[in-house]
Write a protein that binds this ligand. Structure first.
Ligand code: CMP
Length: 442
């Protein structure tokens, strides 16, 4: 069984920070994804907070095409009854940090932003808080409909055996409330808006519950008539001037959201959620929170990296202490077949040495050269800080060691033999381009 990101289910946390990021335009998206995944590493996440990382549909498909659920796609604007709308504000990455107090969450939020600043910028940020006994600012308990914690993974996680198993579809929407408008209603009328009692959260009997009541709108069933659930983690936010609910939910598939949203906005059956008279969404995005195993958490012990390096011709002339120092800078990377490791025209972030598997470098669609164990690539964009000169794709499951740009420069500066070998390869690759010989044997 694949382990999910535990933060999805963390209980008892009072302070929340939600951050959406956009990737910088010229960055290598695969490298960016890897760097952002590293946030999950205990070394960064330590210190009493839970962290959940999720990727926008396009980025996740790019990072792990075989692990992208078929129904994963960007949020689209909803235009519903009576001018009720839900705008689409899709971004590339979603990070949720929650903890026991806002100072710790704030510090970790800052650390996360700094850790990924090379590849991503903050698009939205929202600090949130738990209000009384988990009540929405409208005064009703939020999440009463949630499945019990032990059943929550069934509602929230992609089923075993499916692409992305153990991961979760995340819906993020910021809603602004009209508290003054809602508070003009009598309590009985407010309860009819929600479909349950205010103080103790008891669902109204079917004959008292209007068809437009919030909970009547968000209840959906499968073909057998069993309720299809999602796992809500929404929390209030706000200033005195503007406040509302950060709606954040986790689901085993995307269809549940589509069906609920269609019922809320009056697209499904001509009735809309009465709550949309008192609250309106100003953002909407879908993300995918991969299971831990797909966040690249597997760290190879240092001595294993050293053993791998020793067998690679590029490092043949290195003394033991040099190998140790290079190994400490290298990170293992694994790619399924068909993955794009770096993309022509994008900025480079890492240098790669193939340990196992096969890849091919292509320029403008033409194969330049197959690459196998012992071969390296990605040096050119790091040396001249220009765009990648080719796209490298795995043609068999690929295991590499990757060295980030500043460390790669250190390695070149400290090991003349390696620098000369790389110069030799770059020269051959240049000559292959100049003479039109695709370098199949070079
Ligand atoms: P870089 O430009 O950083 O990223 C793409 C990589 O593809 C490039 O570095 C080289 O490592 C590799 N590459 C480019 N041209 C060739 C070639 N003619 N033969 C083999 N590899 C190449």
């Amino acid at each position: 069984m694949r382990l999910p990101q535990f933060g999805i289910f963390a209980q008892g946390t009072n302070a929340h920070e939600f951050i959406e990021f956009d990737l910088r335009s010229d960055v290598d998206k695969t490298y960016a994804g890897r760097l952002i995944s590293q946030l999950e590493q205990p070394a960064v996440a330590a210190g009493g907070v839970n962290l959940v990382i999720a990727f926008g549909p396009d980025l996740w498909r790019r990072l792990a095409p075989d692990e992208a659920p078929a129904d994963l796609s960007a949020f689209r604007e909803i235009v519903g009854l009576d001018e009720r709308r839900a705008p689409a504000t899709q971004h590339d990455v979603f990070v949720w940090i929650n903890g026991s107090s806002s100072d710790v969450v704030f510090e970790h939020g800052r650390a996360a932003v700094a850790a990924v600043s090379e590849v991503a910028t903050v698009a939205t940020e929202q600090a949130c808080f738990v209000h009384r006994d988990s009540r929405d600012l409208l005064g009703f308990i939020d999440g009463t409909e949630n499945p019990p914690l032990l059943e929550a993974p069934l509602a929230a996680l992609v089923s075993p055996g499916e692409p992305g198993a153990g991961g979760s579809h995340v819906l993020v929407m910021r809603w602004i409330h009209d508290l003054a408008g809602f508070e003009k209603l009598s309590q009985v009328e407010q309860e009819r808006v929600f479909g349950r009692t205010k103080i103790d959260s008891v669902e109204l009997a079917d004959d008292e519950k209007p068809a437009t009541a919030h909970i009547a709108r968000v209840e959906i069933d499968d073909e057998q008539g069993d309720e299809l659930e999602i796992y809500r983690r929404s929390v209030p936010y706000g200033t005195l001037a503007e406040h509302g609910l950060m709606f954040v939910a986790f689901s085993a598939d995307r269809e549940r959201y589509d069906r609920m949203l269609a019922r809320i906005f009056g697209i499904a059956d001509g009735q809309r959620d009465r709550l949309t008279d008192f609250s309106r969404p100003v953002s909407g995005a879908f993300y995918f929170a991969p299971p831990l195993a797909l966040l690249g958490l597997k760290e190879t012990p240092l001595h294993e990296s050293e053993e791998l390096l020793r067998k690679i011709p590029l490092f043949a002339a290195c003394a033991a202490h040099e190998l140790k120092s290079i190994a400490s800078r290298a990170r293992p990377r694994e790619y399924p077949i068909g993955a794009t490791v770096c993309t022509q025209g994008e900025r480079g972030g890492e240098f790669f040495v193939i340990v196992e598997g096969q890849a091919e470098a292509r320029r403008d669609g033409s194969v330049l050269r197959p690459l196998g164990p012992g071969d390296f690539f990605g040096e050119i964009a790091l040396i001249d800080e220009g765009p990648r000169t080719a796209t490298v794709t795995s043609t068999a499951p690929l295991r590499c060691l990757a060295i980030a740009s500043p460390q790669f420069r250190d390695v070149l500066g400290q090991n003349a033999d390696i620098a000369v070998r790389i110069l030799d390869a770059v020269t051959r690759r240049l000559r292959a381009t100049a003479t039109g010989d695709l370098g199949l044997f070079g």
